[in-house]
Design a protein around this ligand. Structure first.
Ligand SMILES: CC(C)=CCC/C(C)=C/CC/C(C)=C/CSC[C@H](N)C(=O)O
Length: 457
């Protein structure tokens, strides 16, 4: 094709999903596409590190699972290395708390610990890994589907094509799914509760799909990119022809095949395909849609996002406040607790600074008074406050479609199944397959989608 014939693709949002969409589209379409990524704030979005006293720490999307193939492939492709997110050799134990009451304490997986875990939770700890691994294996069939160029118009269709059981997990709470699988009540409340709190700042009443992702994020093996996860979106975004440092304020349907985007600098551009790679958030009308059918603009797919505050503190914790002697990490399952989790951090290069640095997650900003109760000494601190994840206990109760309208895709729909770096890459790959199949006239033979079974989707 001549450059002027290249299809124009506008990507709204330069987080890991938007940047990966650009990369996967470039892979599939080479010079047949002209790609613009709009990002007014920072490329890499919620996959970001913060600086404290000259060192950098992961502040947002911080880990991926060893079996997360798309993350692994990008790491390899960009010539990066990973750090295994394993305990440092100075691990001083992990606590599960209800406020300042310690419910369970582990030091490492010694025989003694296994006995303690058995005493409190029975056989449940032994069941966890096989249960989570089974879902990870089912989930991994997505990579075969992508290898065949398959794409689906909804997250539930994609999951169903990988394995029907994955979709069943959208309709059960984590608590119910774990009960059904024979896990004990105390284990669900405390261990699954701790996983949900540290990964999503939410409870086990959320759908089992995101719940099992959160357990996978506790079980591991887990990795992160040496030097910082944000390198992945930054390097992926190099595949775009233009990065526009502006915010798209409206998407207008010009006719059935073209869209007009207007940004906050007043620039207008037209595109053949649009990828919305930014969450549709209630009370924060980020993009106006003009000229679309009414059902599209009714807001059924707009949800609320959970505020998570990450506070980074260099200092000495007041371990007594957390009801214990020294520890490396603690999770609080009290739903009204001031803090959700606290853990000692290593830098993005894997070093533990001499003066320990701690990351606290909470639902609201921690006042100086609270911090002075939690720490005997604070020598430096910084805070990142963001709408980190969907609020899974509020609508939409199952994920919105990827395809909002012919040739208009919503990447962050996938977050309503589960929010994780790999999930954004999966949505990006699915959308890139859909767009490139249409441009190249490909019609791959793909397994059936969910609606044949789940009529309500
Ligand atoms: C369906 C299941 C059980 C797994 C799917 C595979 C998958 C997406 C695993 C991801 C595990 C993981 C790294 C979870 C962390 S959750 C969010 C976290 N706080 C972060 O992004 O840093």
């Amino acid at each position: 094709r001549k450059p002027q014939d290249a299809k124009r693709i506008g990507i709204i949002g330069g987080g890991i999903g938007g940047c990966a969409s650009s990369l996967f589209l470039r892979d599939a379409l080479r010079n047949d596409a002209y790609i613009v990524v709009y990002e007014a704030e920072n490329i890499s979005g919620r996959v970001r590190s913060v600086k404290l006293k000259g060192n950098e720490y992961e502040a947002g999307g911080s880990i991926f699972h060893e079996k997360n193939e798309l993350c692994q492939r990008l790491v390899k492709r960009f010539g990066l290395k990973t750090l295994k997110d394993e305990d440092d050799n100075n691990n001083q134990g992990t606590l599960i708390n209800y406020g300042s009451k310690v419910l369970f304490r582990s030091s490492d997986w010694s025989v003694f610990n296994a006995m303690k875990a058995f005493y409190r939770y029975g056989f449940s700890p032994l069941k966890l890994k096989p249960w989570v691994d089974d879902y990870i294996t089912k989930f991994a069939r997505i990579y075969d589907l992508f290898g065949r160029n398959c794409s689906y118009s909804r997250p539930s269709d994609l999951m169903f094509a990988a394995d029907a059981e994955l979709v069943d997990m959208f309709f059960l709470s984590l608590t119910d799914a774990m009960r059904k699988a024979g896990f004990g009540e105390l284990f669900i409340t405390e261990v699954a509760g701790a996983a949900m709190r540290v990964n999503y700042n939410q409870e086990t009443s959320v759908p089992a799909f995101v719940g099992s992702i959160s357990l996978a994020g506790m079980e591991g093996p887990l990795h992160r990119v040496k030097g910082g996860n944000e390198q992945l979106p930054h390097l992926a975004c190099r595949s775009a022809d233009t990065i526009s440092p502006t915010r798209v304020v409206s998407v207008k349907l010009l006719n059935d095949t073209r869209f007009q985007l207007v940004d906050d600098a007043g620039q207008t551009d037209t595109f053949d395909f649009v990828v919305l790679a930014s969450p549709l958030v209630r009370d924060r009308t980020n993009v106006e849609f003009i000229g679309f059918p009414v059902h599209f603009t009714a807001g059924d797919w707009v949800g609320s996002y959970q505020t998570t505050v990450a506070t980074f503190v260099e200092g000495e914790p007041n371990f007594e406040y957390f009801g214990s002697s020294a520890f490396s990490a603690a999770f609080n399952i009290d739903p009204n607790g001031r803090w959700s989790s606290i853990g000692r951090l290593s830098t993005v290069t894997g070093n533990f600074p001499q003066m320990p640095v701690w990351k606290l997650f909470s639902r609201a900003s921690l006042s100086d008074k609270s911090l002075s109760e939690m720490f005997l000494r604070v020598t430096a601190k910084t805070e990142v406050d963001w709408k980190a994840y969907p609020n899974y206990s509020e609508p939409p109760h199952y994920p919105p479609p990827f395809m909002l309208h012919s040739r208009l895709f919503y990447l962050n729909a996938v977050e309503w199944a589960g929010s994780a770096m790999e999930m954004s890459l999966i949505a990006a790959h699915n959308i890139a397959n859909a767009i490139s199949n249409e441009i190249l006239g490909l019609h791959p033979q793909c397994p059936l989608a969910a609606r044949t079974r789940h009529k309500d989707l």
